[in-house]
Design a protein around this ligand. Structure first.
Ligand code: SF4
Length: 249
């Protein structure tokens, strides 16, 4: 694909935003790509689930927007993060955006559940500096009930990323009664310890900020009555990861 044709590649996106903290190093331009094959019970972005609800846009348009913030995010030690939804649901669009960001000298991060990891080409990954890999549970049954999908593709993807030496941050959403089981956390910690290219583990306390989106969409928020984790539980889980020598935040 020549660069003019690549720029005309279209994708469906939900929105973009600037963030600092958990979406990769520094301040980031965060692109929310539409469409997701999973249905996590705690999902804070149900408005990104359906590809058809996204706004069709070209890579050129996205890059023009990113260009406005290029100097700002670079100076802030950041870059661009593709998230969603699930960016690998639109692998061609995602690959071209990542390629163009790299060509523009920007740091790139891909936030993914890994469920569609086989759709990520080696070229796409070569243009990705950091993968934020969301491992939603280490128990296959819990993973299925929590997300509607299977755990194995995510673990296969993690192993492939490690083989490629790809830098990873693991993200783990902590939901009382769902992902706080000490044995499952232990299993995940052991698995992650075996991945040499993992730099840190982010334990993200479940929150209900997306509840109003469910109301607006007229769909039930399944975890409405589930408590958010208190700081003691969050610290217990972080400590479990740290006990394996992992940098847990
Ligand atoms: S993978 Fe992410 S966007 Fe998809 S349902 Fe789960 S939390 Fe929501």
């Amino acid at each position: 694909m020549n660069s003019a044709a690549a720029g005309r590649t279209t994708g469906r996106i939900h929105s973009w935003d600037l963030s600092t903290g958990v979406d990769g190093p520094g301040t980031r331009f965060v692109l929310f790509v539409s469409g997701c094959p999973l249905r996590c019970l705690y999902c804070a972005n149900p408005d990104t689930w359906h590809l058809r609800d996204g706004r069709e846009t070209t890579v050129d348009d996205v890059m023009a927007e990113i260009g406005k913030y290029r100097d700002f995010v670079t100076t802030a030690g950041g870059g661009v993060t593709l998230t969603g939804g699930e960016p690998l649901l639109q692998p061609t669009f995602t690959a071209v955006v990542l390629r163009r960001c790299k060509a523009a000298g920007l740091h790139t991060a891909l936030d993914t559940s890994g469920f569609l990891g086989t759709r990520a080409s080696d070229e796409l990954l070569a243009d990705t500096d950091l993968v934020l890999l969301d491992i939603k549970s280490f128990n296959a049954g819990t993973y299925r009930r929590l997300t509607g999908g299977e755990l194995a593709p995510t673990l296969d993807f993690a192993t492939r990323l490690d083989r490629l030496g790809k830098r990873m941050w693991i993200r783990y959403v902590l939901v009382p009664g769902w992902t706080d089981d000490p044995e499952a956390v232990e299993g995940l910690a052991r698995f992650v310890t075996g991945l040499g290219s993992v730099e840190r583990v982010d334990v993200l306390p479940f929150h209900k900020l997306g509840a109003t989106k469910y109301d607006a969409l007229g769909i039930p928020f399944p975890l409405r009555d589930t408590p958010v984790p208190d700081s003691r539980l969050t610290e217990r889980v972080r400590t479990q990861f740290r006990a394996h020598g992992l940098a847990a935040h």
